[in-house]
Design a protein around this ligand. Structure first.
Ligand code: FMN
Ligand code: FE2
Ligand code: FE2
Length: 447
């Protein structure tokens, strides 16, 4: 009997099974394929035996095991061009999914359909021949719910456990699947016993969709936190957490600070040893650090002192004024980060506006308005709910500068924005007579 088997993180590609003789053909871990092909009949016993062998090799990635009975079965996606069709993910992203193996077996969320096949490999490996009783759906967004139809079809006896809103959404996404009699709606505080594990559900509306919920495992003190505490970046790519978690949070959940605050208050009632988010690493240590950053971000408080100077310049005149302002601010010991919005990643710029306590927007006038990339930036800040910042404005124009008026009016629509005076107006190119005005703005920003 031959069994071909390849899965991420595993290096076995072939098992030869001749009577009692079991031999493994191993290939280089970096050469791991993502397809499973099983040739020939494989019975339950061999499958279980195979499972034991695979596990005994201890080649699973570090996140594979959350506890003795909670396993990581998620997948990395490193070939997606843009997450949600707008966010660059230079280091990929992970779609996390977990399996709780108890008297009953529960899958915690599925994955984006792009990686469904790999996910099934991970799922079946950890199932070790068992069948899942429940699929807990914490969030219906396709990056997590995309494989629901396939898994429901594969395990017809399995029930979907989700909030009432999520249950409603199921047929919007999967109109051809008959979910009748296959769903269990849960509400705040409801519990589900799996045997030794008891799951308790807490609703998390608008973190990041209205149907979202989180799940607390009372046995292992694990919180399955849905999108909360997630970050961009594949698990295979190890990096510091905060930058990509901030970019993820601000751009994806930024608008919903009050909802995140409500969730954080609920979480404070749980004794949490481990956070299992739907993206990024499982968090087991220093949980206070992550929770405190989430608290800062969701309160719209600056995380760091400093001035974020974002400019939008066609020919370089506005850029020169922005760099002059940076020089003056740095002379006053203000930390500055400068971004050319035409070339800087928009989601990073938005995250920086949230990160720093002060913001300067500098832009050329354009067709009776503001240069489009600045309009876009301010629109992003508006919809993500940025508030409570001191903001300086620099405008440029060759005949009728209007960029400043447009930027001011967009800023005035945001909450608690303090506009620093004076606004600086440049005509085409910065001249010596503009310097006192720029210096005055630097003084106002440094106050
Ligand atoms: C398509 C287009 C539209 C423009 N519209 C205006 C305008 O409405 N008012 C104005 O004063 N200048 C307008 N300008 C001129 C620029 O705002 C002006 O040259 C400015 O100095 C450019 O700054 P920069 O060197 O930072 O690119 C426009 C330029 C372009 C290319
Ligand atoms: Fe989401
Ligand atoms: Fe997500």
């Amino acid at each position: 009997m031959f069994v071909d088997y390849a899965t991420p993180g595993l290096s076995i590609t072939r098992i030869r099974f001749n009577g009692y003789n079991l031999s493994l053909i191993v290939r280089h871990p970096l050469d791991v394929g993502t397809k499973v092909s099983i040739f020939g009949e494989i019975n339950r016993t061999v499958s279980a035996l195979f499972c034991i062998f695979v596990k005994s090799l201890n080649v699973n990635n570090q996140n594979m095991m959350i506890s003795e009975t909670i396993k990581y079965i998620g997948v990395d996606d490193t070939d997606l061009d843009l997450f949600e069709s707008q966010y660059v993910i230079p280091n990929g992203v992970s779609y996390n999914s977990y399996l709780i193996v108890d008297e009953k077996v529960a899958i915690m969320d599925s994955v984006d359909s792009r990686k469904q096949e790999e996910w099934f490999v991970n799922l079946e490996r950890e199932l070790c021949g068992r069948t899942p009783d429940y699929l807990v759906v914490q969030h219906m967004e396709p990056d997590h719910a995309g494989s629901i139809a396939a898994v429901v079809e594969k395990y017809p006896q399995m029930k979907i456990v989700a909030s009432a809103k999520a249950v409603q959404m199921l047929s919007n996404f999967f109109s051809k699947v008959d979910f009748s009699g296959r769903t269990i709606s849960v509400k705040e505080g409801d519990t589900l016993s799996l045997g030794a594990h008891t799951l308790q559900f807490a609703m998390a509306p608008m973190v990041h969709w209205p149907e979202a919920m989180v799940t607390y495992d009372m046995l292992d003190k694990v919180i399955f936190s849905a999108d909360a505490f997630g970050k961009f970046g594949a698990l295979a790519h190890e990096e510091e957490w905060a930058d990509e978690a901030r970019r993820y949070y601000i751009n994806i959940c930024g608008k919903y600070g009050p909802s995140v605050q409500t969730l954080l208050k609920k979480l404070s009632n749980f004794d949490i040893a481990c956070i299992c988010p739907l993206h990024g690493p499982v968090l087991k240590k220093n949980l206070g650090y992550y929770i405190s950053l989430y608290n800062t971000w969701s309160l719209y408080e600056p995380e760091s002192e400093g001035v974020f100077i974002a400019y939008a310049s066609i020919y370089g005149g506005t850029a020169a004024a922005a760099y002059k302002l940076q020089e003056m601010l740095e002379a006053k010991d203000e930390k500055c980060v400068v971004a050319d919005l035409s070339r800087y990643d928009m989601s990073e710029a938005v995250a920086n506006a949230f990160k720093y306590g002060k913001l300067v927007v500098a832009a050329a006038s354009y067709d009776g308005g503001v240069f489009p990339v600045m309009h876009d930036f301010l629109h992003h800040l508006q919809i993500k709910g940025l508030r409570n910042r001191r903001v300086g404005i620099v405008e440029n124009g060759s005949w009728a500068p209007v960029a400043g008026r447009v930027m001011r009016s967009m800023l005035e629509q945001m909450k608690q924005m303090e506009i620093a005076e004076p606004m600086v107006t440049i005509y085409s190119r910065m001249k010596d007579e503009d310097l006192p005005n720029i210096e005055a703005l630097a003084n106002a920003m440094a106050e």
